[in-house]
Design a binder for this molecule. Sequence first.
Ligand SMILES: [Zn+2]
Length: 671
Amino acid sequence: MRILMKVLCVGCLLFRAYFPIPCMGQIILVEKGEPRAVVVKADHPSDTALYAIEELVQHVERATGVLLDVVPESETPTDVHTHVYIGETETARHNGIDVDQLPREAYVMRSIGNDLFIVGRENDKNPLRQNNPDVGTLFGVYEFIERFLEVRWLWPGELGTYVPKLESVEFWTINEMNVPALAFRSLVWSRIRGFAAGNQKLSAEDERLGFSQEGAEGYAKALEALLRRHRMGGMDAKTPTGHAFSGWWKRYGEEHPEWFALRRDGTRGHPDKDYPNVPMCVSNEELQEFTLDQWDGESVLLLGPVDRPGRCICDNCRAWDGPQPENPPWFAERVYATDDRAKDLFAGVTSDRYARFWKTLQEKAAQRDPHAVVSASFIYENEFPAPTREIRLNKNIYGEFVQWQDPHLRWFPMPDEAFDWIQSQWLGWRKTGIRMGYRPNYLHDGYVMPHFETLQSGGFFKFAYDHGMEGARFDSLTGQWATQGLRLYMHLRLMNKPELNVETIRDEYFSAFGPASETIERYFDYWEDYAFKNRMQFIKLYWDVGWRYRIYVKKAHLAFPQECFRPAQELLDQAAEQTQNHSLSEYSERVRFIQIGLEHARLASALTQIYDGSETVSEDKQDEAMEALGELVKFRKEHEHKYFSDLLHVSNFWERPNMDLDFLMDRMSTQ
Ligand SMILES: [Zn+2]
């Protein structure tokens, strides 16, 4: 048993704002296994405060075995050492804590005498909603749990919550006010989101292959709690983004073809009147005026290009472009070269052109409202490289960085040169003076395989944070916690505490495996090395498909053949041995969790090997395929409640669109 003692104002080094330190006191929640505190709530507490109290009491109990009493403020007992006031209370107000003065998502954690106050703005909306800004009280409680109980939320559910055992929870004076370092923090949910509210039904086909209805709901709820514990949110403060001109061709193409991109054949727009992704002729002044007229004058003016590479080739637009390099970097050729998908349009880099377009519109909008904000939306596709000519933009223009285009740049790990290059593009855009967020797609990668890394993605995140990133939103959370969980945990931690270093975060994760922590580190290093060693091979394997993340499943057995699993299994066998006799069974259960992920990946790779890239399986292989699928599905059904994988995403997004498993399942059910 450890005794956790934090001496003096622990927050002073870490936090931005602090108050004069009130008289010294000692906060004691639990002392040598005995309760020394009560938790005090308002007589009419908000839902947020009640939820925060539930979280606090539950985690303290798991850490110490002590269940703290919760009392309403009017019944506060005087004969306890410490009162822990959670949320807006009369006593907090009386002591000068004015929540109305606090920024959104902020909390105050302050000791006064022997008492502790954790409080922020509250409302009665769902405290789990990521667009609810009045959750300071809850965020303060999470900070307390993370710092003073050293709890680590590794993956959804109880096993993924690592709560070190403590005899005592006590510390001296604390006084801080804190707001999240990043304005918005998000991993975009997959379709599982609807199941958190309990009002969505699984399709029979998805249910046959993966989650049961109950499993999907349990997972979604545990995931929602996990994301909040890591303080994902701030989405109401994010500048909106989007492909603003999608659908304009259909709406305005007939009347104003000149507003739309000139093509190589001399026509404007697109032969298909309904085609949604026709780029605009952004140098056209009438289009600019019209775009402005459409704007309500209040909300953010959205100017994101359509979601398709290729831009207008007219002389006016081309005159706005910077020079195109004669010898583009080898890892970025597709950024500059003619892309098949853009063959009728200009396929080079149009960053200078769009920077000028955004600036022109921002200046026009500012004539109506000097504070008008223009959203360039995505720094992506033809606009990904930083402008080459000197252009001065400003803080009223916002863009989100999305590395994509060339297959060398899409995924981590990428070639070292590519990694350096994307950093220069970030810096180049930053130099223009715009505000920037980060919105990459690489978490889509890897299917259920142990395909991940932490070195580059962690490094880039920290780089972006050091260079002005105001928030991050990742597409998408595929939920492969038992195979890619280290990387997911790192992302959750970095979004909440971008100043943490990657090594510290990794160590936190490994510590949850107790006596096997070093072996588990070697296990994850094995896969991280595997990803780095094979990075060029992975790029080649999926070279000609834009949708690597969607069709990854088709070549999973080539990326992860059966033989690559053996050394990893041996490491996990060792880890299992190291933990099997420990008095705390949670360590061996966590090793087992990682084993489940690995076994699941191996079974999935065995199945994709039979399909071998085809969507159907030939007659002579059907029995073999049925056996492999039967084994895989049985394994999932046995382990779904561990939450090792978002099995809905696995079946619905990856497997069923790429392999005709429904046919096999039908056949199996009739046998
Ligand atoms: Zn044009």
